[in-house]
Design a binder for this molecule. Structure first.
Ligand code: UFG
Length: 327
């Protein structure tokens, strides 16, 4: 298939591009390099520099390439930032998706995969959280993804566009091939911050609150390896002809912030200084995914579910690329 990957220079997008080209698909990456890295894009994919907010550029992209499907990663993705700058999310994320969907409809492209999020579930009634859980977006970021899920629902009903909304829990780890990993200019994610502390690039890691209603008072998350996420995209892409679908994606295992730091101490052999700080606004206490539906329907079988694999591959990436893609 000819696949368009928006945001294919970003953390998750670049790992999915790698697995797509490994699987023999032909890939075009469209990315504004606002947060992504040109070096993260697999050389077997074609790279087009551009912005989804430029509807003319999006139209030209579709005029020039006969796409069979679109994987949409390009997005602002930070819960905390969205609480400070909601228009980046409720504005840009939504209008960029609309520009993309309009071009798809105009060019009769019928397959779409959305990077959605666990931030749809701010008040879960059951843990693990499966697809039947009530949607309560936890931030303007989560709301923007929910709006796009609703746009997709109507694109399916009105235009027969088939979509998969994949709601990731905490994407983590790095390619087991060692050639790409997580590299954000202003890092906010837990595992890279812990590993930068292990490398001595930071003095300490601050734990955002230890008074949550969890076993040790720190927030619990379900960390899912980015390569396992990539495989879920490939399975979903090939299942779209049988209809649209929505899946929650995680390992069904929750680890607290303190447990993650302890695991990283063991894996890296470094002391990793930690201190307790204030809560970060917008953080729910516990998020654990119920991913039985995608396992049952598509046979998704995560290969890198253990903390050793998740933190271990991330550690391999960070210690060989202490400055990320700059080195
Ligand atoms: N944390 C700390 N200290 C830090 C950084 C993070 O204690 O310096 C804690 C957070 O409070 C949270 C956990 O570590 O409890 C994980 O935080 P991340 O920032 O790594 O990830 P989030 O859970 O905030 O968000 C991530 C993605 C979102 C996605 C969400 C879904 O960034 O895009 O997972 O669960 F929506």
């Amino acid at each position: 298939m000819n696949i368009l990957v928006t945001g294919g220079a970003g953390y998750i997008g670049s790992h999915v591009v790698e697995e797509l080209v490994e699987a023999g698909e032909s890939v075009v990456v469209f990315d504004n390099l606002y947060t992504g890295h040109r070096e993260a894009v697999d050389p077997r994919a074609k790279f087009v520099l551009g912005d989804l907010n430029d509807a003319g550029a999006v139209k030209r992209l579709f005029d020039e390439h006969p796409f069979d499907g679109v994987l949409h990663f390009a997005s602002h993705t930070l819960v905390g930032e969205s609480m400070q700058q909601p228009f980046l999310y409720l504005g840009d994320n939504v209008t960029n998706a609309l520009n993309l969907l309009r071009a798809m409809v105009d060019h009769n492209v019928k397959r779409f995969i959305l990077s959605s999020t666990a931030n749809l579930f701010d008040a879960p009634e059951r843990m693990p959280i499966d697809e039947k859980e009530r949607i309560v977006p936890g931030s303007p970021y989560g709301e923007s993804k929910f709006i796009i899920e609703r746009l997709l629902y109507w694109m399916d009903r009105v235009h027969g566009l088939r979509y998969a909304a994949l709601r990731y829990f905490n994407a983590a780890g790095a390619s087991p091939r060692g050639n790409r990993g997580e590299d954000h200019l202003h890092e906010t994610h837990l595992i890279p911050l812990i590993l930068q502390t292990a490398l001595g690039l930071r003095e300490k890691i601050t734990i955002f609150g230890d008074d949550y209603p969890t076993r040790d008072g720190t927030c619990i998350r379900d960390y899912i390896h980015v390569t396992d996420l990539a495989q879920a995209h490939i399975l979903a892409l090939h299942a779209l002809d049988k209809g649209s679908r929505t899946y929650n994606l995680g390992n069904g295992l929750g680890y607290s912030v303190k447990e993650m730091i302890d695991a990283a101490r063991q894996i890296t052999g470094q002391p990793i200084k930690a201190e307790i700080g204030a809560r970060r606004p917008g953080d729910p206490a516990t998020l654990i995914a119920g991913s039985e539906t995608i396992k049952r329907e598509l046979g998704w079988a995560p290969e890198f579910a253990s903390l050793e694999a998740i933190i271990g591959t991330a550690w391999d990436w960070h210690r060989t690329h202490p400055k990320g893609y700059e080195v």
